[in-house]
Write a protein that binds this ligand. Structure first.
Ligand code: 5AD
Ligand code: SF4
Length: 440
């Protein structure tokens, strides 16, 4: 038997790319590839890319440039670009960077084995179709290897919302939900291999409406089905749109013990004028009322969000409305970005905000969000939380895991293994993590 070929995958961007990279590694595993952690000894390099902001896309080209020397040394090395830059730029990538052999969009990963074979025959290959078949069904099953305690599982892909700034509806395509039985099978398999916590992924995950035995299931109904799996201890989901936050999902946050008290619910901005121009189809007020209903169902839920500052035509007053909304909601964690023009999206054509003003707003917003994040983290001191241990810490006897609220927690003198869920009392709060002690 010939020595296995080595595959190096570098993943950019969101958690869905992390999931996709795993599946691509599995697909090429069937072709005799094993993963390597270093590009230097790889026979194939795949960059799984993100196109959400300009910086993310530009990083890909600078990374590709760095492989020039490697390719000169190893002419058999194949270089591929996958993910959303591949979808958005297609052939342009090979024109701009001729060392690229393969370009594959997010909906075509199941075709990777054939594509790889063609590159070995010296061809350059490109596939950015949106095929009819379910790529996840066509991808090889995950090998039965043991896994860490947490895993991502894609249940829905694509988005029909068309926010005026966003490339996702163009790069990932229309909203598609995977059938429930396939998801449940995959979840069961993950649990048999050691997974205790599953994060359900979708660009618009709460719009999930996958086929079930008696019609489509909502995300809440899917969660209740997952709840029945013995050995699965925790369920999370991300990312949600406020308009798809249905009653049964809100209720599940109060009644499903396995559903963790953490919700990523991006609002993007606090000014109704800007929300309208973003095509968000909700107002600041309706978002705040929604958060109130969610907190009524689960008072301790930690709310996370995404924000864009400097969206075209955002005034200082509009920005102030975002700050006011943040003050009112009190986020446990949040991600904030300066608006980045994405060619082909409606907002790209509009009058842009002065970059210095946008920078200044981003700094002010981030200072407020950091303060809130710290306050929420500090408020955990003295409380009892569940912690799922993931790995050993740097100190002897120390274990590190995530709390129900997704805070990193260090526990000293901890006689527990990775994959164990324990009750922990939080004793102190540091810069980026909490310290706790085992209860009982
Ligand atoms: N510019 C800046 N941020 C963006 N996001 C999406 N598109 C853009 C853009 N063009 C942010 C949104 C989204 C998150 C994933 O990325 O806040 O929720
Ligand atoms: Fe992009 Fe999310 Fe808006 Fe869809 S809902 S267009 S993924 S920001």
């Amino acid at each position: 038997m010939s020595a296995p070929k080595k595959l190096f995958i570098k993943t950019y961007g969101c958690q869905m790319n992390v999931y996709d990279s795993e599946r691509m590694a599995e697909a090429l595993g069937g072709e005799g590839y094993v993963e390597t952690k270093s590009a230097d000894d790889a026979d194939m390099i795949l960059l799984n890319t993100c196109h959400i902001r300009e910086k993310a896309a530009e990083k890909v080209y600078s990374e590709l440039g760095r492989f020039k020397g490697l390719k000169a040394e190893k002419p058999d090395l194949k270089i591929g670009v996958a993910g959303c830059v591949a979808q958005a730029e297609g052939e342009e990538i090979m024109r701009r960077q001729p060392l690229v052999d393969l370009v594959v969009g997010p909906q075509s990963y199941h075709r990777l084995p054939e594509m790889e074979a063609k590159t070995r025959a010296g061809e350059k290959v490109l596939d950015t179709d949106f095929p009819e078949e379910d790529k996840f069904e066509k991808l090889k099953n995950r090998p039965k290897a043991k896994r860490g305690p947490t895993a991502f599982l894609t249940v829905q892909e694509g988005c029909d919302k068309f926010c005026a700034f966003c490339v996702v509806p163009y790069t990932r395509g229309a909203e598609v939900s995977r059938p429930a039985d396939r998801i449940l099978r995959e979840a069961q398999d993950l649990v048999e291999r050691g997974v205790r916590e599953i994060t359900l992924l979708g660009q618009n995950v709460n719009a999930y409406h996958g086929a079930g035995p008696n019609g489509d299931l909502t995300l809440a109904q899917l969660i209740w089905e997952l709840d029945k799996i013995d050995g699965l201890e925790r369920i999370r989901f991300t990312t949600s749109h406020p308009n798809d936050m249905q009653d049964d999902l809100i209720e599940a946050h109060g009644t499903c013990a396995k559903l963790m008290p953490y919700l990523h619910l991006p609002v993007q901005a606090g000014s109704d004028k800007i929300l309208k121009r973003m095509n968000r189809s909700h107002t600041a007020e309706s978002y705040i009322r929604l958060i109130e209903r969610i907190r009524a169902a689960r008072p301790d839920i930690l709310i996370s969000g995404d924000f864009i500052v400097g969206f075209p035509e955002e005034t200082e007053e509009d920005f102030q409305a975002t700050m006011d909304l943040v003050e009112e909601v009190k986020y446990g964690t949040a991600y904030s970005f300066k608006y980045s023009t994405r060619p082909g999206t409606p907002a790209a054509e509009r009058p842009q905000v002065d970059p210095a003003a946008a920078d200044d707003r981003l700094q002010r917003l981030q200072a407020l969000l950091t303060r809130q994040q710290r306050e929420v983290q500090d408020s955990m001191v003295g409380r009892e939380v569940g912690v799922l241990f993931e790995k050993t810490g740097r100190l002897p006897g120390q274990m590190v895991g995530k709390s129900d609220y997704l805070h990193a927690v260090h526990v000293a003198d901890c006689n527990r293994d990775a994959g164990e869920l324990a009750r922990v009392r939080i004793v102190s709060s540091g810069a980026n993590s909490l310290a706790g002690e085992l209860i009982g």
